[in-house]
Design a protein around this ligand. Structure first.
Ligand code: HAM
Length: 429
């Protein structure tokens, strides 16, 4: 009989193996540390939402809603979607939990998987992970500046290399409609050079031609009028104030009048963090203001703003940490009789907070030491015939290749054992 066929992961879905997961943990811990200084608290919304939530908030002419959502009909007939992003979910939670009344100026951050059915390539997956932060209840430029300072401080804290912050204003409900018409007129004049999708976009939502990926369209769009030149006085004043506050804190950024975001809920400040080393998928993160979104989802008229960073991409641009450290020690029973005492030793040391490996018996000392080495352990704790006889384990320093015979009493109480182990490991362990 032939062996059963292997089953591979689904295209665009990948395993985050221990090395990478270790690096993600560093990125996540830094987010918690930095974001909490700015008053953010964690929120964990579910990964499944009603499809309507995204259709209504992201814009039904966006690529995400038009062709990238994982939607399915649940058994009761409800259309559900694996979240393609979390801002809409956080806004829903903010409204549903009554935060809009109880804590209108809530600051919430989150991390977790998002799902978009894009064409997979380096840095672009169908399940990817974001760390994001959202501020509610603030329409002043200070909130934008604070968010951007926090973002740059976070990127510095994780050592993200060669990233650049690009900023733009995409106007508001007053000035954007005027710009939309200017852009539509421009597009109609350039119709012959635009793709069929953009023809449709010109009718339904001309702003979408700005992020069309087709080469010919990009050439046309490069000559298109920009929102920045059509801002109303209030949007212009807001942008000026954000820029003045960023200048005050010496935050490096470039204005990019052609920056557009792929989601429709933005107004005024929009920004992206782009990285040199990422190739085509060069955005590590992005965000901006979404002042009408809470109201559009049925909540009170509360402004909001935020950003999200892609963990997969961040892990590429933030230098790898040194390889994860191995256990403090590995316990090696040399024979069957030593298994019980070795297990007891390992359990007591683990109970005291030490990271302890434990090998099965039945191999030579040499083979066991090799196994301990492979695990990058600092010490090997050997329990063999002689050790059982005297009631004390031998400890070998694997870095220095030194034995300390009779170093650990096999029957000592856990705290004493751990104390002796820590002495053997040297200070700082
Ligand atoms: P977004 O620009 O769609 O914004 O996504 C933010 C980041 O998620 C991107 O810059 C990228 O690093 C990562 N990302 C997006 N799609 C993929 C993918 N297929 N594979 C790998 N990484 C990806 C948002 O999602 C907004 N919710 C951000 C926001 C928060 N705006 C306001 N608040």
């Amino acid at each position: 009989m032939s062996p059963p066929a292997t089953i591979s992961a689904v295209k665009g879905f990948r395993d985050v193996l221990p090395d990478e997961a270790g690096r993600w943990r560093v990125l996540e811990d830094a987010a918690e540390r930095v974001f909490s200084r700015y008053g953010f608290e964690e929120v964990r919304p579910p990964v499944v939402e009603r499809t309507e939530l995204f259709a209504r908030s992201l814009g039904d002419t966006t690529d995400v809603v038009e062709k990238e959502m994982y939607s399915f009909v649940d058994r009761d007939g409800t259309s559900l979607t694996l979240r393609p992003e979390a801002t809409a979910s956080v806004v829903r939670a903010y409204i549903e939990a009554g935060l809009a009344q109880r804590e209108p100026a809530a600051r919430l951050y989150y991390r977790g998987p998002m799902f978009r059915r894009e064409r997979p390539q380096r840095g672009r997956y169908r399940q990817f992970h974001q760390i994001g932060a959202e501020i509610f209840g603030r329409d002043d430029a200070l909130a934008d500046a604070e968010l951007l300072v926090m973002l740059t401080r976070y990127l510095a804290a994780v050592g993200a290399r060669e990233t650049r912050l690009e900023v733009n204003s995409v106007g508001d409900a007053r000035c954007r409609p005027v710009y939309r018409e200017r852009l539509r007129d421009f597009g109609k004049r350039e119709l012959a050079a635009l793709c069929p999708d953009c023809h449709r976009r010109l009718d339904r939502n001309p702003l979408r031609i700005l992020d069309c990926k087709v080469e010919g369209c990009r050439a046309v769009v490069a000559r298109a009028p920009v929102m920045l030149d059509s801002l109303c006085d209030a949007c212009r004043a807001h942008l000026d104030e954000v820029r003045a506050l960023l200048a005050q804190e010496a935050v490096p950024y470039t204005m990019n009048a052609r920056l557009v975001r792929g989601l429709d809920y933005y107004c005024r400040t929009a920004f992206e963090v782009v990285a040199a080393g990422l190739g085509a998928q060069n955005a590590v993160g992005g965000g901006g203001r979404y002042d009408g979104l809470v109201a559009a989802l049925g909540g009170p008229d509360v402004p909001g703003l935020g950003f999200a960073l892609g963990l997969e991409r961040l892990a590429i641009v933030a230098p790898a940490e040194a390889a994860a450290p191995g256990p403090h020690a590995v316990v090696l029973p040399l024979e069957a009789r030593a298994v019980g005492p070795a297990f007891a030793l390992a359990t007591r040391l683990r109970d005291e907070g030490l990271a302890i490996g434990l090998e099965p018996a039945g191999r030579s000392l040499k083979a066991l030491l090799r196994a301990a080495d492979r695990r990058r352990a600092r010490l090997a704790v050997i329990v063999g015939e002689e050790e059982l006889r005297v009631g004390r384990a031998t400890v070998r320093d694997l870095a220095r290749h030194e034995d300390r015979p009779q170093a650990l009493p096999l029957d000592a109480a856990a705290p004493e054992l751990a104390q002796q182990m820590r002495t053997l490991l040297g200070s700082g362990s």
